[in-house]
Structures are given as C-alpha cells and as structure tokens.
Design a protein around this ligand. Structure first.
Ligand SMILES: [Zn+2]
Length: 445
C-alpha cells in the first residue's frame, strides 16, 4: 500500500480521535480521579492553552491556541512552592495500537502500571513524592515535523482511512511496523507525554537543584522511526521530538541522549547525525536489528564526534554495563556539558527478554537509573527524562521499570527478589573489554 495514495477523510479523523480517547479513558480505573486531586492540591497547576483536551486535561479554558513553532510552551506551569517530588511520570498505553500476538503489545504499559501499583510506587502510596502527569495533550503536527517529514506525517494520517476499512495495515518500506485505525492519534499522545514531561521537569528544575526525574511510560516506541517513516515497531521518534522541543521551547541547547535499548536507535542516530548540539550515545547488541550502529558511525560534518555507537557482544551483562557507564558514558557526558539528559530506556537487553541475547538484570536497570539520575544532577541541574522503548517479557519489563522507580526514590533495589542468578552465564569479558577500548580510542576518552 502506498501511504500517500489514500484519500483523506476529515470526519474519520474525528472518529479516530474519539476512539483513541474513549479507549484511553476506559483503560483508566476510577481511582485515578483521586490522583488528579492529589496532584492539583500540591500547589502545581497546569493551564492548557490548546484545544483537544478530552480526558487528558483539566478544566482550565483556553482563550487561544498557537503553534509550538513560536518557541513557546503550550503549557504554563505555575509552581507555587518547591515540590518534594522525586518522580514525574506520564502514561500512554496506546490500547488501540495492537496486533494480536505481536511482542510490542498493548499489554506492556498496563503491566508496568500494575507492577508500580503492586510495589506501592504510585501517588496513591507515595503522595506528592511521585506525580502522575495526566493533563497532557497530544503532540501537534508541528512537534512531529521537527523530526519527521511532512509527507510522512500527512501520509500516515491519511492511511488511517485504510486502517478503518481493513482493521490492521502494514506500512510499506518500514520494516515490521503495523498500524491500526488508532495508531496516528495514539502516536501523537505518546509523543505529547514526552513533551509534557520536558515542560514539567524543566519547570521543577527552576525551583530545585535536585528536581524529579521524568519517565514517559509510552508506546508505540520511537527510537527506530526515521525522519521519512516508521520502522521497527516505532511510529514517531518520541525522544528526538522531545529533544527538539527542549531546544526550541526551553532554550536547552545541548541535549545528551543515552540509548540502552538492546537495539541500535537508528532513528535518533539519523535525526542528529550532523548536529553538534545533540550527542547520541547508544549501547546495543552487536549484529542485532537493524544492523546499524557500528563503532565508526560517529557523526558527520559539524556533528562528527557527537554520535557514539558501542555494539556489545552477545552475552554482555551487568559487569559490562557498569564498566561502560563508568568508562564511556560518564566521561562523554562530562565533556559534552549538556543542558538536559534524555534516555531511550529499552528493557529488551534483560536476560529474560525473548528478542535478544544480552544479560542485563533488574539490578543492571536499577544501576542505570540511579547512576544516570546522579549524572544529571552533577552536570545539568538534574534535568532528566526517561522514555520507554523496547522490553517484551512483561515480567522483566515491569519489574525493571519498577526498580528504576525505586532508584529514583533512593530506595534499595529489590533486584535480588526478582533476579535468579541461575539464568545467567559467564559474560564474554575479553570481547567486552576490547569493544570498550575501541570506542574509547575512537572518541579520545
Ligand atoms: Zn529494542
């Protein structure tokens, strides 16, 4: 199917919006209304100046709407007192974007939310220390086209017409990426969650030297989506869109992106390959999908040196990643001096994940969360937002995210409860050492 040959249908677009919202609202339990109340009484008010509020927004009426292209934030955050929040997260489960038996399923985000609830890490249990941001709006087309081509975005919107007839479509030339009638709108919601978290974390950082860490629990994931189209289960490059937004709306010129998903974040890599102000650092399994992310892909032109790719040999695990963090990520970030750190947090490098063969554990993810939070505090005012990417074993995904929340709260890891050492085998330490030496040499670290 040619994306661009599908005729547009304004009335359908309205239906899609309605369906997406209805599905999202239905997924929510009634007790979440209570969380809204907690949030509103904590001295923080969000005023949404745009239309399209639905169940994402509070009741504040807007007198005007405007484009993000003006450089202004669509939200005004009024924080009347310093907050003691440690985590701000947003949930966008994309319940309508689903293909039966597909690993990137609509069970993923609800599984995480359920684990957070079970381990008492939600606002219901933590009061103002953990904030769930509910009143965010979908990203605008302007936000999306800061990374993607106009023809891709309008083509995907028109393709929803086809999806409404066929139920499920596959978007040509994009690798294994499916779409349903709700994909376009739910992808805008996922990107919107990331943008809203940027606004919130930046606002909090003006009041505190140790602001809360943001976490976008969203799907579809984004780091494979290339400027011209979707790819590898990813529709819009959520983290790349947020990086551009942080620059444009908040004047945060230098952005450091860490991508520890087991796959190379080729979409983010490509979006900023010639950009000296956005550093993209990816660790991934050597030889895994999509095959890019070789050592010598270091950026081009003005951006030469601000892309770092570290393919790790299969079997690399906790020891490898701790070394990579200390010897590669920290010196790289310190030298770059970013204004904000964004993280493509993929949980498919876990030993139990079905799609790859690295050996991260829940403890590895706890270490990464804790260390990256501290790094952000040390070098960029604590401004840091995580974006969910991969992770396809629902247990290892949900408990690893939950343990990351415990790291942000500075509480001890529960990894020994979740991780069975019997699932692990010896890491290829010589190959890991060689890979680290090679990347350090290439980047003069
Ligand atoms: Zn992945």
């Amino acid at each position: 199917m040619d994306l661009l040959s599908v005729p547009s249908s304004p009335s359908l677009a309205g239906n899609v919006l309605f369906l997406a919202r209805q599905r999202f609202c239905n997924w929510r339990s009634p007790e979440r209304l209570h969380l809204d109340a907690i949030f509103a009484t904590d001295g923080i008010l969000y005023k949404n100046l745009r239309r399209g509020r639905g169940c994402f927004s509070k009741t504040t009426e807007a007198s005007s709407s405007f484009s993000n292209g003006t450089g202004e934030s669509p939200y005004i955050l009024v924080n009347t007192k310093p907050s003691d929040a440690r985590i701000i997260y947003a949930v966008a489960p994309a319940m309508g974007h689903n293909q039966e038996a597909h690993p990137e399923s609509h069970f993923r985000v609800p599984a995480i939310v359920q684990a957070l609830d079970k381990l008492e890490l939600t606002p219901k249990f933590r009061g103002s220390k953990v904030i769930e941001l509910q009143n965010f709006r979908p990203a605008s087309v302007d936000d999306i086209t800061s990374v993607h081509t106009q023809s891709y975005v309008s083509g995907l919107e028109k393709a929803m017409d086809q999806a409404s007839k066929d139920g499920l479509i596959f978007i040509e030339g994009s690798g294994p990426t499916y779409a349903t009638v709700e994909t376009f709108q739910e992808s805008l919601i996922a990107a919107g969650a990331g943008i809203a978290l940027i606004d919130s974390v930046v606002a909090e950082s003006k009041n505190s030297r140790d602001p809360p860490t943001g976490f976008a629990l969203i799907r579809p994931p984004g780091h494979h989506a290339i400027p011209k189209g979707p790819m590898g289960f990813c529709v819009f490059g959520n983290i790349a869109i947020a990086a551009r937004y942080a620059q444009r709306a908040h004047g945060l010129k230098r952005v450091f992106i860490i991508d520890f998903d087991v796959h190379h974040g080729n979409g983010t890599n490509d979006a900023f390959y010639e950009d000296p102000d956005i550093f993209f650092l990816s660790t991934h399994q050597d030889g895994s999908y999509p095959g890019t992310g070789k050592f010598d892909e270091i950026g081009r032109g003005d951006g030469e040196g601000t892309t770092l790719n570290l393919p790790l040999p299969g079997g690399s695990g906790d020891t490898a990643m701790r070394t990579v963090f200390d010897e590669v990520i920290v010196p790289c970030a310190q030298r770059f001096k970013p204004d904000i750190i964004l993280v493509s947090a993929g949980y498919d490098a876990h030993a139990l994940d079905p799609l790859a063969s690295l050996q991260f554990t829940t403890g590895t993810y706890y270490m990464l969360a804790s260390s990256i939070q501290q790094l952000a505090k040390d070098i960029c005012g604590g401004r840091c937002v995580f974006f969910l990417e991969g992770g396809y074993n629902l247990d290892s995904l949900s408990y690893s995210v939950a343990d990351s929340f415990r790291a942000f709260l500075k509480e001890p890891s529960l990894a020994p409860t979740f991780d069975n050492p019997a699932m692990l085998y010896e890491e290829p330490s010589m190959k890991v050492k060689q890979a680290i030496q090679r990347v350090k040499h290439l980047h003069s670290l």
